[in-house]
Design a binder for this molecule. Structure first.
Ligand SMILES: *Cc1c(COP(=O)(O)O)cnc(C)c1O
Length: 815
């Protein structure tokens, strides 16, 4: 841990109000009297950014001049969330801000709400990148996040009158965006296409076209570290505004074509799982940001040098590949070293292999990226040659190790038709890590088994984490105050294992009651939030039960909705005695990839189940269901602290880690979950008696696959399940239309790849245990408090410490 210093308290509230007025007047051209909340937000953002500017400069200078290796975090996604409150917290200006905006005639909340949340990520992977750069800065480790400033982030989700998901573009840059510094003078040229020719015995790439990569720099302030790192997001620009000759021929579309083509590269974030469409553009995006970032790192660490000694490059910076999206960086660094700086192959390979490390985020084979060689050859012909050579060298190395020929073929990086990016990353870097213990084990045993056999030392685990600044301190101020009261210090915010100190307080009924009151207050607050944002009425005296995450079959929102339907049917037909029904409000939040048919149908089903249940007087006050639109960081920050029961019900062996599970445990929800991903470690830490475990484990899942899984058997075996599926098939949630969900029903009954039906009975049975405990609030809250107390391990600060020790071999800057 770095020494924690108190934040500078640079200004008084009056001074900060003047700084905001100054921004309004000179930067925005409005008077304080004219200013709206949106104006004040922009002005306050710039004012707080100014306070971080000097620390940013010193951090940059120390990063370049110090002897501490930096970290480059290459990620196609950074799901940052709103910035203002986080920047104020880390700048030590929260109180001044509150007073200053009141003096200007505004409520602080309205100013904070005026910020538009950027959606430059799909879900967990992008949020992890955001948590990691927060922790790197807070630990004082010199680091750059490198990615893309997409013009359109993840789509905005709405529902139509039939409950179907409707995607609308998220044009987050339509208003002034006060956080990024666009830096035209530190641009990079990124080229594509063309051919490779031989000149004087050397390979020379003659590209066909180029785009200008312009960096937009975001300040990443550490919490109480006095360090401010950089998130550098590239935006694609055309070198030419238009083709004048074409324009003069009145060919206006042709005239702007090159510009459109260039700017398309950073136009939109791809929703994961959309496989076919836009493959080429996706590869262009990957190469675009990685090439610009590698050149940028050379510029930063060897300023003004024409012939830098790049054998020292891996001592200056280590690059983490966040999944396979940036893996084209491996052949790109080879190309830079050989073609641009004249190194021989072996030297270049040594440098490259030392420079990169790879984080694998999946176990689903279909999620491991594979590029057609023809596409790489067209877009990046020189890289394809380099990849072929890497692949040959790899085969030779395996032969030397005595690996069997058929295994060598199975491990091919380049198959002739395709390039397997995960394999390239595994061979081309120093370390490979999974993101939870179970996941890392399965990577070694299954997904990358041959690689682990050949290179056992490369493989390691780093269990994911979440930043306690955003997901506890900012999201849950009431709990934060209680924790500080309980521990007698607020140092836990940067040393989350200190939460352990709350364990004895779980035996103190008075403290547990205070904890329960905090939860109730958060529920109350969420009722208001939901009324404002979604126009819905929620009964705060019901159990708040939440399942929020991307919609995927493997995550099994189907299991939850079938259980809800079954409960509904049980109340209606009296199988569940009315007096025994524990009132529950079930919240779902989930976006589905636009091309993912069954996922979208599941959303439609949830919406319609909600419609039927919420309008049925027979279950009023006992069961309510809400599918909240547009799950994002803001919703997470508001809903998670209000949640009492959290759903982590993926099929065992499919969720790499999960980070939502960590956020909930840290905010005092109890989890109902399977032995999957980080659930396993959460349960170990919080205690089996404080976690609702159900369902098959990985071995049982594998055995069932091996024996031939027949979902229809489970449908026949449990009348509750049969009834729930029959209601869906019979049109109860589609106004009598029996075809509305036919594809979903047919999938459940004939395929059910993720074994939702097989786990239903276990899941339905554990509800009684959950509800029994809930009727004893003191016991429930004691267990919930123990979840908080024992979840300190799941801080992203700890994840970063593990990366530093196991993978990056570096540490904080000297003060
Ligand atoms: C944490 C988070 C996720 C990841 O959730 P999982 O349950 O781990 O899949 C996705 N989206 C948002 C907005 C999040 O905050």
């Amino acid at each position: 841990m770095t020494e924690i210093t108190a934040p500078k308290s640079p200004v008084t509230a009056d001074q900060f109000a003047d700084e905001i007025r100054e921004q309004l007047k000179y930067a925005q051209g409005v008077t304080a009297e004219q200013a709206t909340a949106a104006d004040v937000y922009v002005a306050a953002a710039k004012a707080v950014r100014n306070h971080l500017q000097d620390a940013w400069f010193t951090t940059q200078a120390d990063t370049v001049n110090g002897n501490t290796k930096a970290v480059g975090y290459l990620s196609a996604e950074f799901l940052m969330g709103k910035q203002l409150e986080n920047a104020l917290l880390n700048a030590g200006l929260t109180d001044q801000f509150d007073e200053a905006v009141k003096a200007l005639g505004f409520e602080p909340k309205d100013i904070v709400d005026a910020e538009y949340e950027p959606g430059l990520g799909n879900g967990g992977l992008g949020r992890l990148a955001a948590c990691f750069i927060d922790s790197l800065a807070s630990l004082g480790v010199p680091a750059f996040g490198y990615g893309i400033q997409y013009r359109y982030g993840i789509f905005k989700q709405q529902f139509d009158e039939n409950g179907k998901q409707v995607e609308t573009p998220d044009y987050w840059l339509s208003n002034e965006e006060p956080w990024g510094h666009i830096d035209y003078n530190r641009d990079q040229k990124v080229s594509f296409g063309g051919e490779v020719v031989e000149e004087n015995g050397k390979k020379v790439w003659k590209p066909a076209w180029s785009v200008r990569a312009v960096p937009v720099d975001y300040l990443v302030p550490g919490y109480k570290s006095q360090r401010v790192n950089t998130l550098r997001l590239w935006t694609a620009r055309s070198y030419d505004e238009f083709d004048l000759l074409a324009f003069n021929r009145s060919e206006y579309m042709e005239a702007v074509e090159p510009k459109v083509k260039a700017e398309n590269i950073s136009k939109i974030l791809y929703p994961e799982d959309s496989t076919k469409v836009g493959k080429e553009l996706r590869l262009e995006q990957q190469y675009f940001f990685v090439s610009a970032s590698l050149h940028d790192a050379i510029r930063v660490f060897y300023p003004g040098q024409d012939k830098p000694d790049l054998t020292t490059f891996p001592d200056k910076i280590t690059f983490q590949l966040n999944d396979t999206h940036p893996v084209i960086g491996i052949p790109e660094l080879m190309r830079i070293l050989i073609d641009e700086y004249g190194y021989d192959w072996d030297t270049a390979w040594t440098i490259t292999q030392k420079t990169f490390n790879y984080t694998c985020h999946t176990l689903l084979p279909e999620a491991l990226e594979v590029w057609p060689s023809s596409l790489i050859g067209e877009l990046l012909p020189r890289h394809l040659e380099i990849i072929e050579k890497i692949s040959d060298q790899f085969k030779a190395e395996l032969r030397e190790k005595g690996v069997a020929e058929n295994t060598i073929n199975d491990m091919a990086i380049y198959t002739g038709d395709a390039v397997r990016m995960a394999y390239l990353a595994t061979y081309g870097g120093s370390h490979v890590n999974g993101v939870a213990e179970l996941h890392s084990q399965l990577l070694k045993d299954v997904t990358l088994k041959n690689f682990s056999d050949a290179y056992p030392d490369k493989f390691t685990n780093v269990t994911n984490g979440v930043t306690p600044r955003r997901f506890v301190k900012l999201a849950n101020p009431a709990l934060s105050d209680l924790i500080t009261e309980g521990l007698g210090t607020d140092k836990w915010v940067s040393d989350l294992e200190m939460l352990q100190g709350l364990v004895p307080l779980a035996q103190d009924d008075e403290f547990v009651k205070k904890f329960a009151a905090v939860k109730q207050a958060n529920k109350h607050a969420f009722v208001g939030f939901a009324k404002d944002h979604y126009g819905i009425d929620i009964d705060e005296n019901t159990m708040f039960n939440t399942m929020v995450k991307r919609l995927h079959e493997y995550k099994r929102q189907s299991l939850k909705i079938l259980a809800v339907i079954s409960r509904y049917a049980g109340i209606k037909n009296g199988t569940v005695a009315a007096d025994d029904v524990l009132p529950r409000t079930v919240f779902f939040g989930a976006k589905a990839a636009p091309g993912y048919y069954l996922a979208k149908m599941t959303i439609q089903l949830i919406n319609n189940v909600a419609r039927v249940i919420n309008n049925d007087p027979d279950v009023k006050g006992k069961l309510a269901v809400h599918m909240l639109p547009n799950y994002n960081i803001e919703m997470a920050q508001n809903l998670i602290p209000a949640t009492e029961l959290d759903e982590q019900i993926s099929q065992a062996g499919k969720e790499a880690s999960g980070t939502g599970n960590m956020k909930f445990a840290l905010n005092g929800a109890l989890t109902v979950g399977t032995l999957d991903g980080a659930n396993v470690e959460i349960r170990e830490r919080v205690g089996a008696e404080n976690f609702f475990l159900f369902g098959m484990n990985v071995d049982e899942v594998e055995a069932l696959y091996a024996n031939g899984y027949d979902p229809a058997k489970y449908y026949e075996a449990d009348p509750r399940l049969k009834q729930a599926i029959d209601l869906v098939a019979g049109g109860t949630f589609s106004e009598g239309d029996r075809n509305a969900y036919a594809p979903l029903v047919s999938d459940w009954l004939t395929k059910d790849w993720f074994m939702t039906l097989a786990d239903f009975t276990s899941y339905a049975n554990i509800q009684a245990k959950i509800e029994e405990l809930y009727t004893h609030p003191l016991d429930w809250n004691r267990k919930a408090l123990l979840n908080v107390a024992n979840s300190g391990f799941f801080s992203s600060d700890r994840s970063i410490e593990d990366y530093l020790e196991r993978i990056w071999h570096t540490g904080p800057l000297a003060d």
